[in-house]
Design a protein around this ligand. Structure first.
Ligand SMILES: *Cc1c(COP(=O)(O)O)cnc(C)c1O
Length: 430
């Protein structure tokens, strides 16, 4: 197996693109080695520029729930392109997609499409601050809500609960308006609300965490969060950019029976095109321009090609409701991974919710960011490369979710399982 062309392309790319990439994790910094340049994809597979084929467990970080290039989406895209690619004016597919999203998410009365998840969460925060006339927001450690200033914030140390910038360039005065709490810690949540309840505009949460690797919330934690937000009139924002239409037709909120005030979406609703959305209660959403005083806009928002792709994908999901099937297959894969790792005496925690999973190289359960960061990332990096050699493409970082798609047939999974077993064996020998 050679990856010469990828290596050469990466050299050239580094002369022109910062770090050779347009999104940091793609540079393989967390696993070592040079990134692969992908030439094409089909079904459960991606193929690099050297012609190597891999079973893909990244799925463009979530959107490819039907696998790559599903005919329903490809046909809809071709049809739309015949009629033009962007108008900067209202179009029919954006209405159709809005109706589908609302059908799936009863908590959403009105919504707005954006071009990314980052814009969705950023705009939802602005709206929450306008609605509540409060400034402070709460997020959870290890969660990712896109890269807007207010959300690139990490937990402060020691006595202070104020957030600190997790990126250079984020002003401290902004970071201090974001409190960062540990995920799955009802006590910390309770303490903050007791002290600061009237100052909290909103709490934003990944209702199932995917961005520290997969971490499931406890019922106690989610229920308390819902109760405290209501009691203190803070808005509850579910960031379902990853979980929306992934964990079920109605996302994580349907799974847990919780009705957030605002919901952020992305990834699957764009079927592989750049799309985000935020929506929720009518009285809040009506604060948005052109109806209200909160400004928000986008040249390519509601882009007809992206919207048509989303309509085709959601229509298919609505019809086939593949979620039980996907969850079952992923659960079986997770069980296999636990069993084979145990057999090879390698300590792993396989967290799985629906069709999302993460293999943590960790001997204790992973329930929050602190647990996740105790994982052996070097070992993950070795595992990642052993798998590449064997034709399996996992996320190039320990702290990411892997995804199954409907194209991951029993035959494909069988092939992947053999590669996983052999990669664990290779780790043991080193
Ligand atoms: C991917 C993701 C985002 C950011 O979406 P982009 O389209 O990359 O800007 C926000 N929140 C969550 C939970 C995500 O998984």
């Amino acid at each position: 197996m050679t990856t010469e062309k990828s290596k050469q392309l990466f050299k050239i790319a580094q002369k022109h693109l910062v770090g050779g990439v347009n999104s940091p994790v793609r540079a393989f910094g967390a696993v070592g080695g040079d990134p692969l340049f992908i030439a094409k994809a089909h079904g459960a597979h991606i193929e690099d520029v050297d012609g190597n084929k891999y079973i893909d467990f990244v799925g463009s970080w979530g959107p490819m729930i039907l696998g790559h290039n599903p005919p329903v989406v490809m046909d809809a895209v071709r049809k739309q392109i015949e009629n033009g690619t962007s108008f900067g004016a209202p179009c029919e597919p954006e209405v159709a997609l809005a109706q589908l999203v609302k059908e799936a998410f009863p908590s959403i009365d009105l919504l707005r499409f954006t071009s990314s998840g980052t814009e969705a969460t950023m705009s939802a925060l602005r709206l929450a601050r306008a609605q509540t006339r409060r400034v402070r927001i709460v997020k959870f450690e290890g969660a990712y809500h896109g890269h807007s200033d207010s959300l690139l914030v990490a937990a402060g140390s020691g006595a202070t609960t104020f957030g600190v910038p997790s990126s250079a360039g984020v002003p401290e005065f902004l970071a201090q308006n974001t409190w960062v709490l540990p995920y799955n810690d009802p006590q910390a949540l309770d303490e903050l609300f007791v002290k600061q309840g009237p100052n909290i505009a909103a709490v934003i949460i990944e209702p199932v965490c995917g961005n520290m690797g997969v971490v499931k919330p406890t019922d106690e934690f989610l229920n308390l969060l819902t109760k405290l937000c209501k009691r203190h009139s803070a808005l509850l924002i579910f960031d379902e950019v990853m979980t929306g239409f992934r964990l079920g037709w109605g996302g994580a909120q349907a799974m847990f029976g919780i009705k957030p005030d605002l919901t952020c979406l992305g990834k699957i609703i764009g079927a592989g095109f750049p799309v985000g959305a935020f929506g929720g209660r009518k009285d809040i959403m009506e604060k948005l321009a052109p109806l209200g005083p909160v400004y928000q806009a986008g040249t390519l928002s509601g882009n007809p090609v992206a919207m048509s792709a989303g309509v085709a994908l959601l229509t298919e999901l609505k019809k086939s409701r593949p979620y039980d099937r996907l969850a079952q297959a992923t659960q079986e894969l997770a069980s296999f991974l636990r069993a084979i790792a145990a057999e090879k005496k390698i300590a792993v925690q396989v967290n799985q919710v629906g069709s999302m999973f993460t293999i943590f190289f960790n001997d204790a359960p992973v329930t929050n960011y602190l647990d996740a960061t105790a994982s052996n990332t070097q070992r993950y990096g070795r595992f990642f490369h052993e798998l590449l050699q064997r034709g399996v493409y996992l996320p190039p970082s320990q702290y990411e979710a892997a995804f199954l798609s409907l194209a991951h047939s029993p035959t494909v999974i069988d092939t992947a399982e053999k590669a996983f077993a052999s990669a664990f064996e290779a780790l043991r020998k080193r």
